[in-house]
Design a protein around this ligand. Structure first.
Ligand code: ADE
Length: 239
């Protein structure tokens, strides 16, 4: 998979070279390009923004600069992802969809956003998604790109040491993942639940499912509403 990021803060994307993502790049599983938007400016000030039509606070990023940048970075096989608090929610389902793509291009806006025509124009040639990573406002899209790239890349074949990890994640079955324990059996007078040491795999599976159901009910009841049709009688008895 190829991933390109266009930003006015290329150094902010350094973490893409570290840890799991860095190893995936070294092993040739992904190819990451980070591009400085100012490479596509031609004035002495290298200006990327201008005052908004209609007035109001803040600045809007200029269409000419973004247009040239995206012409250079995108192909007819790209999918353009624009992080914005005004976007559709980025979820595990969206991460799975992105993991199937050949080329993702992330356009990081700052200030009050990017001239809307940049996306309307790009949408004539490729899919364009405006996405939000949560109901809060960041200063720009860079941190959101780090979040999305990590969520997508860990789903690619060969990236995680143990592929079962991704299958058992929170959200993969629509529920939050329950608690985990390792040795020692007693730590600061707190004990590991007996069932996990029983060796009875059917009981362990049932216990894990119950824990996941209870946790989801307490922390994210909205997720259970979505799952209502998939719960069996035992699941309902737990809730
Ligand atoms: N840019 C600023 N806030 C954002 C958010 N919540 N999600 C994605 N991009 C953003």
């Amino acid at each position: 998979m190829k991933l390109d990021v266009v930003t006015i803060f290329p150094e902010y994307l350094q973490p893409l070279r570290a840890a799991l993502l860095g190893r995936a790049a070294e092993r040739g599983l992904i190819e990451i390009g980070v591009h400085d938007l100012r490479n596509w400016t031609y004035d002495v000030h290298r200006a990327v923004d201008d005052a908004p039509y209609g007035g109001g606070p803040g600045m809007v990023m200029k269409p000419q600069v973004w247009g040239e940048a995206l012409d250079a970075v995108c192909t007819e096989r790209s999918r353009l992802v624009v992080p914005t608090p005004a976007g559709r929610p980025f979820t595990q389902a969206v991460a799975r969809e992105y993991a199937e793509q050949e080329h993702l291009v992330f356009a990081c806006g700052r200030y009050e956003g990017i001239d809307q025509r940049v996306f309307d124009d790009a949408a004539r040639r490729m899919p364009v998604d405006e996405v939000s990573i949560g109901d809060y406002v960041l200063v720009g899209g860079e941190a959101a790109v780090l979040v999305m790239v990590e969520a997508v890349v860990r789903l690619l074949p060969g990236v995680l040491g143990n592929p079962v990890s991704a299958e058992q994640d929170s959200f993969s079955d629509g529920l939050l993942e329950g608690p985990s324990f390792t040795r020692p059996e007693v730590w600061r007078d707190l004990t590991v639940p007996d069932v996990l040491r029983s060796g009875n795999h059917a009981h362990i599976e049932r216990w894990r499912r119950d824990q996941a159901l209870e946790r989801t009910f307490r922390r994210r009841p909205d997720l259970l509403t979505l799952l209502a049709d998939e719960l069996d009688d035992h699941d309902r008895a737990v809730l």
